[in-house]
Design a protein around this ligand. Structure first.
Ligand code: ADP
Length: 420
């Protein structure tokens, strides 16, 4: 293993793993610290935690446990991955986890850089922009858990760190890797422990990647990953190749986002085999799961996949269900039902499964007992095919919320077919 990574949430971990794979690293994402062996043909491992908004002491403990496990392999660099909108509160967890990892690694200096220009996240004079507006004017201003009211990341991070926070500003970054390296030397002499880095383009990320080659720890969003693989001698060839799957294909969708609603509608319009779950019937104990499976299995047996089972609904219908069942109870009930359906379908021979919905994906991953995933080809920005490690071969897409184009469901299976 060349690069060890710790991510503070699951979908963020996938985004990082996807960027590393596209840049040529054979990458595995794990669900927490796994108990199974990952194999030898791995360049990067991303341990996905759920530590973004838990108490700082717990986030530190989980991150250090992940580091300890990663250290069983002799990796060259550690990457602490957080959100590209630097989601955190004045108590953390980005600053406290960064300092704990630095202590554990004996690391004197690191960078902090959530920039991801392809996704509209740029940094200038230490200020993070989301699209065309500063962070504090974006939707993040009113985030329920981590409202971001200051775009100046030097200030935001300094509030969370004991050590001094500095800036590598754009006048330096624009001059390339050597200038960044020189600046890092100056900041270190000034006792700066972490520096925010201005980034406005992918070519800036390539310069930064070269400049941080010798840092034991890099802290960043997923964008910085684009510039790191050039520092390592890689095997070459496609890092995204997955073994071929020849079994049945299925989709379960519990996302009610606008994008997923459009994807479900498009799939049905194209003549795809689809069945809606009736949430009220489910709540009333009406054998809804069994009926859905009894509908799907003969179709799969006749080679008529992919089959789609969905609870995806328009906002008015979702609100009506929530009014009847309660928001949390409705969510948990449907997640559990879709997870059970996914598991039964896999048991029945499905080896290519697409899951729509972040929370829904979490429930499915848990129901299938998945500990690690090999990252395969990208379908749409940020969403790759993956392959379960351990157990029978299972190709899996975990698509959260608003990701993917309208024809995502059909496109996904085409991408898998062509990736051999
Ligand atoms: P997304 O990634 O789009 O946010 P999630 O799976 O994370 O999707 O969240 C969707 C939530 O909505 C889940 O808790 C799911 O169980 C719930 N849900 C799905 N369908 C319905 C429905 N028809 N009515 C009410 N809640 C629903």
């Amino acid at each position: 293993m060349l690069l060890g990574c710790i991510a503070d949430d699951f979908t963020g971990a996938t985004e990082l793993a996807n960027n590393l794979t596209r840049a040529g690293m054979r990458t595995v994402q794990t669900v927490g610290v796994p108990r199974i062996p990952l194999g030898d043909d791995v360049d990067a491992v991303v341990v996905a935690l759920k530590s973004r908004t838990i108490p700082a002491a717990e986030a530190i403990a989980q991150s250090l446990a992940a580091l300890k496990w990663l250290q069983l392999s002799d990796f060259k660099q550690l990457y602490f991955k957080y959100c590209s909108t630097f989601d955190s509160t004045p108590a953390g967890n980005i600053g406290p986890v960064t300092e704990a990892l630095m202590r554990a690694l004996g690391c004197e200096f690191t960078i902090a850089c959530p920039a991801f220009p392809e996704a509209g996240r740029t940094i200038y004079k230490g200020n993070l922009f989301v699209g065309d507006v500063p962070l504090n004017e974006s939707g993040m201003r009113d985030h329920p858990l981590t409202p971001m009211r200051d775009a100046n990341l030097v200030r935001v991070l300094q509030a969370q760190m004991k050590g001094k926070v500095g800036l590598i500003d754009y006048s330096i970054v624009a001059r390339g890797a050597d200038a960044i390296r020189t600046r890092i030397g100056e900041l270190r002499r000034d006792s700066v422990k972490a520096a925010v880095v201005d980034i406005i383009s992918n070519s800036d990320l390539m310069s930064l990647g070269l400049a941080v080659k010798d840092l034991p720890l890099v802290t960043a969003g997923s964008g910085v990953a684009i510039g790191l693989p050039q520092n390592f001698a890689l095997a070459g060839g496609s890092a995204a190749a997955l073994p071929r799957c020849t079994g049945q294909r299925a989709i379960v969708s519990g996302s009610c986002s606008q994008a997923t609603n459009a994807q479900v509608a498009h799939f049905i319009k194209q003549g795809g085999a689809a069945r809606a779950l009736d949430a009220l019937n489910l709540a009333g104990g009406g054998a809804e799961i069994e009926r859905a499976l009894a509908w799907a299995k003969p179709l799969l047996g006749a080679g008529k996949g992919p089959v789609l089972i969905y609870s995806t609904a328009a906002p008015a219908a979702v609100q009506a269900i929530q009014a009847r069942l309660g928001v949390a109870d409705a969510g948990a009930l449907i997640e559990k039902a879709l997870a059970k359906i996914a598991r039964e379908l896999v048991d029945a021979g499905v080896d290519q499964l697409l899951v729509a919905g972040g929370e829904t994906s979490g429930a499915v991953v848990q129901a299938l007992g998945i500990e690690a995933l090999r990252i395969g080809p990208q379908i749409d920005p940020g969403v790759p095919w993956t392959m379960r490690i351990g157990g029978k071969p299972l190709a899996l897409v975990l698509k959260s919320g608003n990701f993917g184009s309208e024809d995502f469901f059909t496109k996904a299976f085409r991408v898998l077919q062509n990736n051999v």
